[in-house]
Design a protein around this ligand. Structure first.
Ligand code: SAH
Ligand code: SF4
Ligand code: F3S
Length: 481
């Protein structure tokens, strides 16, 4: 029998676009008494798609579920609850999720008590929300990015009141501190420093799915990192869609550079962050990175295009020359820094000349890695309405040409470490060859090397013997020259 909706609230992209500068309330997470242990005996499985922001959200949902008494399983057939934490960034990301939903329907036929939920960025789009409602009636639970802290209540309604729940807010309400977190790793941790994005790059759905830019209080961030250090964590990655805008919405004068300088004083061996926006990356941040310490010499700085005309149409707020000047300065103050980027090809109206400008910038910038994408129109964003008459075959061709150049950069970036001794935080056995250990260097290069399992979770010296495009090969030990 079809269940009725209990809680029901639909999203609106139009609402999500609004930016009203009211103060953001910061509250502490609490558990309603009646939810205590109601998940006892039940098993959950969370499937995470998309960016690190989603991975961090999944860790919070897992934390809430554990507190409710649920236990984790990695087997679908065993699960009482399956949650899909989704990504809306490109069409293929969404198609994967729809494929998965079709497949999970069968599972539900075999196990009618299975509770299926969809959350994250996709339900924030009204198109997807309506599609789920109409075409996927077997989905019990739909919520978005702004209300993961209410997961316990939603499950309670879905299980005990036997209602369907679909509640997606377009407007972010509060910053909720103290949500229980079950972290996926015990040595590396995500730390959100801010939520949302106000940049409105014309191709991008994120400002709509994640709402307005809002920063956590510095004390909350610093305390979290201090606690992680005490628990033996070796590395934190600070998360925000545009970390360089951190602090702009705070009542006091406190910037991203201030945060980095304060984090340098905390005994956590490694601090990374993502993602930076070239327009907001300021000198103070470059100088902070230059002081080194636990701030790692790697920066992911998405450029998107090398053509000023396209950059303008993308609303990126910098020119190719300005971008190159930023990275010149970075290299001057942070010698040896590794710089990686994101690039979109086939943006509406991209000519051969524009594409050549991107290749030209790539050669000058000497990136050591890049994520490359073909433009994917996202309904509700300005670029989705731009005239786009470029042959898809040409877009593919451009992507291939671009990737060849990008791969040269990966190899060049790895080659510079041949014969050197580098510090590697050991993650565990290599997926491809379980006889080897694997981990990342300070410059964020992947290294494989033979070694004892005792080294897992530690930072060790590794001498690099050979560089390949996607990884380095080394041996433990050696002395620094
Ligand atoms: N806030 C981050 C991450 C955004 S999503 C940032 O600003 O860099 C990661 C990357 O996906 C972007 O950098 C961009 O290169 C790509 N991307 C975003 N929207 C896209 C779209 N509609 N089509 C293709 N690629 C897109
Ligand atoms: Fe999207 Fe631009 Fe914001 Fe990044 S900075 S999340 S690309 S709008
Ligand atoms: Fe995707 Fe949402 Fe992250 S759209 S990239 S999961 S912010």
């Amino acid at each position: 029998m079809e269940k009725d909706y209990g809680k029901y609230f639909a999203p609106s992209l139009k609402e999500a676009r609004k930016r009203i500068k009211t103060e953001i309330e910061k509250i502490r997470f609490t558990f309603p008494e009646h939810l205590h242990q109601f998940g006892k005996g039940k098993k959950y499985l969370i499937k995470t798609y998309g960016c690190q922001g989603n991975e961090a959200d999944s860790e919070k949902m897992a934390g809430i579920l554990q507190k409710l008494g649920f236990t984790e399983t990695d087997k679908e057939e065993e699960a009482d609850l399956i949650l899909l934490n989704t990504c809306a960034i490109r069409e293929n990301a969404e198609n994967r999720v729809f494929g998965e939903l079709g497949r999970l329907k069968n599972l539900k036929t075999h196990n009618p008590d299975l509770l299926l939920g969809v959350c994250g960025c996709m339900p924030q789009e009204e198109r997807v929300f309506n599609l789920i409602k109409e075409k996927y009636p077997y989905i019990d639970l739909v919520f978005g990015t702004h209300n993961i802290h209410k997961l316990g209540e939603y499950l309670y309604d879905a299980y005990l009141n036997k209602e369907k729940v679909a509640e997606v807010f377009s407007e972010e309400g509060k910053i909720v501190e103290g949500i229980p977190t079950k972290r996926a790793h015990d040595r590396k941790a995500w730390v959100n420093i801010m939520y949302g994005c106000d940049e409105f790059c014309t191709y991008c759905i994120v400002p709509y799915t994640r709402g307005r830019e809002r920063s956590r209080n510095p004390e909350d961030i610093l305390n979290e990192v201090r606690e992680l250090a005490e628990q033996g964590y070796q590395e934190v990655t600070l998360l925000g869609q545009n970390v360089n805008a951190y602090g702009k919405d705070l009542e006091r004068d406190y910037s991203f550079a201030d945060l980095l300088n304060d984090l340098r004083g905390i005994p956590i061996p490694r601090v990374r962050f993502t993602t930076s926006h070239p327009h907001d990356l300021d000198d103070a941040t470059i100088y902070a990175l230059g002081r080194g310490g636990n701030l790692m010499p790697h920066l992911h700085l998405p450029v998107q295009s090398g053509s000023d005309r396209i950059l303008k149409k993308m609303n990126r707020k910098y020119t190719a020359a300005e971008y190159l000047e930023k990275i010149r300065k970075l290299r001057e103050h942070v010698p040896g820094i590794s710089i990686t980027t994101d690039i979109i090809v086939g943006f509406p109206g991209e000519t051969e000349e524009d594409f050549q400008a991107t290749l030209d910038l790539l050669r000058k910038a000497e990136f050591e890695g890049a994520f490359t994408f073909i433009f994917s129109p996202r309904e509700g964003t300005p670029a989705a309405k731009y005239q786009d008459d470029l042959d898809p075959a040409v877009k593919k061709e451009r992507l291939l040409t671009l990737n060849e150049l990008v791969n040269e950069g990966y190899l060049r970036g790895n080659k510079r470490f041949e014969g050197k001794i580098v510090k590697v935080l050991v993650d565990g056995p290599s997926d491809k060859d379980p006889g080897l250990l694997t981990g990342y260097t300070e410059h964020n290069k992947l290294v494989n090397f033979p070694g004892s399992k005792d080294l897992i979770g530690k930072i060790v010296d590794v001498k690099i013997e050979k560089a390949y495009t996607w990884h380095l090969r080394g041996i433990v030990g050696g002395t620094h020259s």
